[in-house]
Design a protein around this ligand. Structure first.
Ligand code: UDP
Ligand code: MG
Length: 323
């Protein structure tokens, strides 16, 4: 028996149709690993029977831990809640909808055994619509460029994290965060492997296009100040351009006389160019400071825990816990 313990973290939002199928496939895989394990399911404010089913499963699945959040906080916040409850040395996150086949878990465990502390995954034969795939390819590339984090596939949540990496992530609570990207910051020996990807077993995707976009925005603004910097660069460029245009107009006015400059109209333009340029410059500068404040101030709690069940010590009512 391996002495390392494994935690599998599964965020769940309205997954009533998937849970049983998922557990029927997941638990045999974990039992076959011959190591202590726990499955931490986070109910992320589901409005269907997810919680009811989870509580029922608690009675017949040893190793199951149920974490109930006070309301819907989003997938990444739910995973954070899972991290804070997980007790394993190796921690694996996955989706509830069976798009990440549980049968791939032994592959990740193998990488842990090789000493890797962060296991990224690339979806093989991705089962999403062409449009989703194209969109995510483009965003993966842009995000990699902007944030300076090179991951081939940000979207796949079947990932492995060592205890140290998880502690690092937990010590850095951010209100809106993107875990796969944040994890690269704490990893010493990361690796990326290919895993299978399947169609959603049941129910619907919880991500609308708008939510996907906002996730990408989190990723961009959370890890880079580029969008704000662009304002600053454009501002500086405009200010210099304006100054130059003004100088040219004033020069031509002196050379050709007041008639050429439409009796002062052009001079007015010159002043305007310059002032508009200055304004952009000032805006950009403000943006830079706001960005810094924004970075410093982002210390809000990621989630609010209501209770945890399934631990040997008995049930725990937490109501409010700030990371
Ligand atoms: N999820 C969650 N909270 C949310 C949205 C999603 O916990 O607000 C969970 C969901 O139950 C699933 C995982 O995150 O286990 C991925 O969601 P989904 O399959 O809808 O995303 P997609 O595969 O379409 O990207
Ligand atoms: Mg899915």
């Amino acid at each position: 028996m391996d002495k390392n313990r494994l935690s599998v973290i599964i965020p769940m939002y309205n997954e009533e149709e998937s849970i049983e199928v998922l557990f029927d496939r997941l638990f045999p895989v974990l039992e076959g690993l011959n190591m202590p394990f726990e499955v931490v399911c986070i109910n992320d404010g589901s409005r269907d029977r997810t919680l009811e089913i989870l509580e029922r499963e608690l009675k017949r699945r040893p190793g199951l831990v149920v974490v109930n959040l006070a309301r819907n906080f989003g997938q990444h916040a739910a995973v954070m809640a899972g991290f804070s409850e997980a007790q394993g040395d190796w921690i694996i996150t996955m989706d509830a909808d069976l798009q990440n086949p549980p049968e791939e878990i032994p592959k990740l465990v193998k990488e842990f055994k090789k000493g890797h502390d962060l296991i990224g995954t690339i979806r093989e034969g991705r089962q999403d619509t062409y449009f989703r795939r194209l969109a995510s390819r483009i965003t993966n590339r842009i995000v990699a460029r902007i944030s300076g984090i090179s991951l081939h596939d940000f979207g796949c949540m079947l990932r492995g994290y060592s205890r140290e990496v998880v502690e690092g992530i937990l010590s850095n609570p951010e209100y809106r965060t993107f875990i796969p990207a944040l994890a690269t910051f704490f990893a010493r020996n990361p690796v990326e492997i290919y895993v299978r990807h399947e169609e959603r077993a049941a129910g619907q995707s919880k991500y609308s296009l708008l939510r996907l976009f906002s996730l990408q925005l989190d990723l961009m603004t959370g890890f880079s100040m580029w969008p704000l910097r662009i304002l600053f660069f454009v501002g500086t460029f405009m200010a210099f351009g304006g100054l130059l245009a003004a100088a040219v107009i004033v020069g031509l006015r002196i050379y050709y006389g007041a008639g050429w400059a439409a009796e002062g109209v052009f001079t007015l333009f010159a002043a305007l160019f310059f002032l508009v340029g200055c304004q952009f410059f000032a805006l950009g500068l403000l943006g830079e400071y706001i960005g810094r404040i924004f970075q410093a101030v982002r210390k809000r709690p990621t989630f609010i825990l209501e209770w945890v069940k399934g631990r040997e010590k008995g049930e725990r009512k937490v109501l409010m816990r700030l990371p």
